[in-house]
Design a protein around this ligand. Sequence first.
Ligand code: ZN
Ligand code: ZN
Length: 302
Amino acid sequence: MENILNEPIKNYLTEKSKSFGGNELAAKFRKDFPSEIEKIIVDKNRFKVVGSPGKGNWTECPWIAILDVLITDSPQKGYYPVLIYKSDMSGIYLSLNQGVTDVIENYKKEAISVLKLRAEDFRAKIDFDSKNYLIDIDLNSTTRNAKHYQAGNIIAKYYPKENLPNSIQLRNDLTEILEFYENLTYSDNSFSDDLSTIGFERKQVRLHRRIERNTSLSKKVKKLKGYRCEVCEIKFTEIYGDIGKDFIEAHHLNPISELGIGSFKVDLKNDFAVLCSNCHSMIHKLDDPSDLIKLKQIIKNT
Ligand SMILES: [Zn+2]
Ligand SMILES: [Zn+2]
């Protein structure tokens, strides 16, 4: 475990002067370090850990990101906790940060201001102790990526090389930052939710919607299950012709009540249904929004 923190600090700058292809330390960033982090995360099915020493060439600030697969499966978008090393290897940040690639592509020159604004917005949504977290990080690098990661920082802990955390400390810090990550997911209300739910239930509905909005997941679901509504059996093209081509909604099935910090495996076939927009709205009105049969009966009997 300590290796993840120590080894790059000791060797990265030396290795970086050597050729990138086939480098052992670079390989560790892609494989060994992420799997070490995976070992200390409680909910292994839910999180995917990915690391990078750079693409095609050494990056100044290598990183290891922890992605909630329900929210994003790519470190290029969304937000997630990341261990990111200072370019001079004088220390490491554990930062709740944002995927910068997506923002750069969409906002070009404005990307830095967009990241800063979003970071501020995220910070307003979580209840963190400002004594324990930094809102500014300094990666000591002028590369484009580093500047964007600095702007994207929501909150961070800093570990100077003289005072690296042991595995227990790191595990505790990771757990805490994963809780903030979870809270952000729940508090994201950038989509409407018209359901009159409260408290925990509301959080679950939000998480449910969040999952359904995960475009890469829902694409896979549609590819697997096709475009015919599993309840009323309409297909949009049969009613709307060409403009209805490839249109259907992915609905995340229960057990919603079992969704949460507990273990969760993504099972595309059994955890999702494809529904037309009407059936999708209506199924959310049921006490058990996973009860496809009940909704079918309602249609039949009306
Ligand atoms: Zn339908
Ligand atoms: Zn749904």
